[in-house]
Ligand binder design. Structure first.
Ligand SMILES: [Fe+2]
Length: 267
């Protein structure tokens, strides 16, 4: 991928999102949030790829994936007024289709096209097929990390600025003031992650996000997570009890241990 390819794709993304502005040129605030999210994830993806020592072409692909990964959020909200995939469509799958149907990747070789398409397609899946081609997997792993980092920032900013009641889309319609659900605590304690069926409160959502630390793929992403204070922010926005404290302490120890080893988890 060269600079011209990248500029053309960026122009296409700008034109695509432009359609979701009203007559006065205003975009709905939650779509504006997605637009800004796409920009930040693109930047983080580029910077993480650079720190990993990837080639200039691969850095450009990583940045492009960051920009495009949530492209289907715009039609999703316009059509369904939700970002909940189970009430609309799988947004990774729809993003893949939108990009595949366009001709924006036509200037790229087949392997680059597949790296972009499959990263968009699988960025939101619960698990990734471990048999995925390793040349694609490294990009999928990167977008999953960069996406998580920015979601952690968005959620914290939304809660801190008391916008969670205005933006139920961002916090998935959960009870903002409810306590941690015991079933979720038990699940996380047992297997390190929880399931959305046991999520009832914002504290539960934040516990789920806390478990993301166990699934960060690249060391520069984990370093950013620590440096940006995401665990402290989650701590600040949860209703605490001894179980929550214990899970938080475990997550903190896990991150501290990984960082102290200073070796890439995956390269
Ligand atoms: Fe997404």
């Amino acid at each position: 991928m060269n600079e011209t390819n990248q500029t053309d794709i960026r122009t296409w993304f700008m034109d695509f999102t432009e359609k979701y502005r009203d007559k006065n040129g205003t975009m709905h605030p939650v779509l504006m949030l997605k637009y800004d999210h796409s920009m930040r994830v693109a930047t983080d993806s580029r910077d993480i790829a650079r720190e990993l020592g990837w080639s200039a072409g691969d850095i450009a692909i990583a940045e492009t994936i960051g920009l495009l990964h949530d492209v289907s959020r715009f039609p999703q909200f316009a059509e369904y007024k939700t970002f909940l995939d189970h009430r609309s469509f799988d947004h990774g799958e729809r993003g893949y289709q939108i990009i595949a149907k366009s001709d924006i990747l036509s200037g790229l070789c087949e392997s680059e096209q597949n790296q972009i398409l499959n990263s968009v397609r699988y960025h939101n899946k619960k698990t990734i097929d471990p048999g995925m081609n390793s040349e694609e997997l490294r990009f999928v792993n990167l977008i999953r990390d960069a996406d998580k980092l920015d979601i952690l920032s968005i959620v914290y900013e939304t809660i801190k600025n008391n916008r969670h009641k205005d933006y139920p889309e961002i916090l998935s319609h959960v009870d903002p003031d409810g306590p941690a659900t015991p079933e979720l605590i038990a699940e996380i304690r047992k297997c390190g992650h929880g399931s959305y069926e046991n999520v009832r409160s914002m504290t539960d959502m934040n516990l789920m996000r806390m478990t993301w630390v166990y699934n960060i793929n690249y060391m520069p992403a984990l370093q950013r997570l620590a440096k940006r204070g995401h665990l402290d922010q989650l701590d600040e926005t949860m209703i605490k009890n001894p179980d929550v404290e214990e899970l938080l302490a475990k997550a903190r120890n896990f991150v501290a241990d990984k960082l102290s080893k200073e070796n890439p988890i995956k390269t």
